[in-house]
Design a protein around this ligand. Structure first.
Ligand code: FE
Length: 359
């Protein structure tokens, strides 16, 4: 058994200002990678630039990372970072900018390589990455993953290189500015990470320690997704559940719901967490047939009395997915062809099993 998660994490109010001195220790010129709007509205970008200016560290801002970043976007930002002499990268936002920051840090340092190296299994180093999350879903601040959109094979896929951030500055206060739909979709993404990690073939007592704690914390805030107004401690818990879920998948990876979700996001533009959430009830049904006791235990940790209650909750949060028969067939073909995703399940899975998850 082993566990490896080398990111230094500070999780507290005003984390960026409190620990900015550690952030600036990673270089002399930062490339800040973020989206166009949210990090300006929630104050995270301002907090980071204030710290950099206080310490006389230069920076360039690349604020054109949209949802589901493409390889082209990564190469574009890396060109700018390289030309301007950036020697560390700061990702601010949800999963898209944080994942992109890792890939950009890799491509700046490997200046003579083409984009093909992103998906080649070879040993490459990356510039130091600092992450500042502003949503409560991806856990990218503590994982080595960087999921990008691949136009060439029409899906989303994590790059081949494992890049753990050096430092994660996690301030739950940024969640206050997030729209309700973003809170819901990202909290459901974190839920997917917790459930998929717990039942993953690679799960160990170490990874389950994070998943179990994450589920208990997540369960305390689930009513927020049904419209209850959040208080400060709810934001704290939602952010904590997200980071704990990230620590769990950093060890195990994700499983079938994530594998299935990529089709819906790539082809239908459905937000990541929502696309994952559709498949969680079916995924638990699949396990309930073989591991009834564990499923009941997981549901209890999350605050649900039965699988039916859980299914109803997910439907209430997300609505029902609209997936045509043709789309279902393509999704099934894709997942059944992915040895890696099938190997994430600790027992043999048939096409009918997976079809049962897409009902
Ligand atoms: Fe996810």
């Amino acid at each position: 058994m082993n566990y490896y998660m080398p990111t230094k994490v500070y999780q507290e109010k005003n984390a960026v200002k409190q620990h900015g001195d550690e952030m600036v220790a990673y270089g002399k010129k930062a490339l800040i990678v973020t989206g166009a709007h949210s990090s300006k509205q929630n104050g995270a970008l301002r907090d980071v630039t204030d710290v950099l200016e206080t310490h006389s560290v230069e920076y360039i801002i690349y604020d054109r990372i949209g949802e589901n970043p493409s390889i082209r976007m990564v190469m574009d930002a890396a060109d700018i970072g390289r030309d301007q002499g950036a020697d560390f990268v700061i990702g601010i936002g949800g999963g898209s900018p944080m994942d992109a920051a890792k890939a950009i840090a890799l491509m700046i340092l490997n200046r003579d390589s083409s984009q093909e190296v992103l998906y080649q299994p070879m040993a490459l180093r990356a510039l130091p990455v600092v992450e500042v999350p502003t949503t409560c879903g991806t856990g990218s601040e503590v994982t080595p993953y960087a999921v990008l959109t691949r136009e060439d094979i029409q899906t989303k896929q994590s790059i081949s290189h494992r890049i753990f951030p050096k430092l994660a500055l996690v301030d739950p206060g940024y969640l206050k500015a997030a729209p309700k739909s973003v809170l819901t979709n990202t909290a459901i993404d974190a839920l997917g990470h917790l459930i998929e990690s717990y039942f993953h073939a690679n799960a160990t007592e170490y990874s389950r320690m994070f998943a179990v704690q994450g589920m208990e914390v997540w369960g305390m805030t689930r009513d927020i997704l049904l419209g209850i107004e959040p208080e400060d401690e709810d934001y704290d818990r939602m952010m904590l559940a997200s980071s704990l879920a990230g620590m769990a998948i950093a060890h195990t990876g994700t499983s079938l719901p994530h594998g299935l979700s990529y089709y819906l996001t790539f082809h239908k533009g459905i937000p990541h967490g929502k696309a994952v959430g559709y498949f969680l009830p079916g995924y638990l049904h699949l396990f309930a047939e073989k591991m009834d006791v564990e499923v009941t235990m997981v549901l209890r940790m999350l605050g649900f009395g039965s699988l039916e209650q859980f299914t109803g909750f997910i439907r209430e949060c997300l609505g029902a997915p609209e997936i045509t028969e043709t789309e279902k067939r393509i999704m099934l073909d894709e997942i059944m062809a992915s040895d890696r995703k099938l190997a994430a399940v600790p027992f043999e899975v048939t096409r009918e099993d997976v079809a049962g998850m897409i009902k």
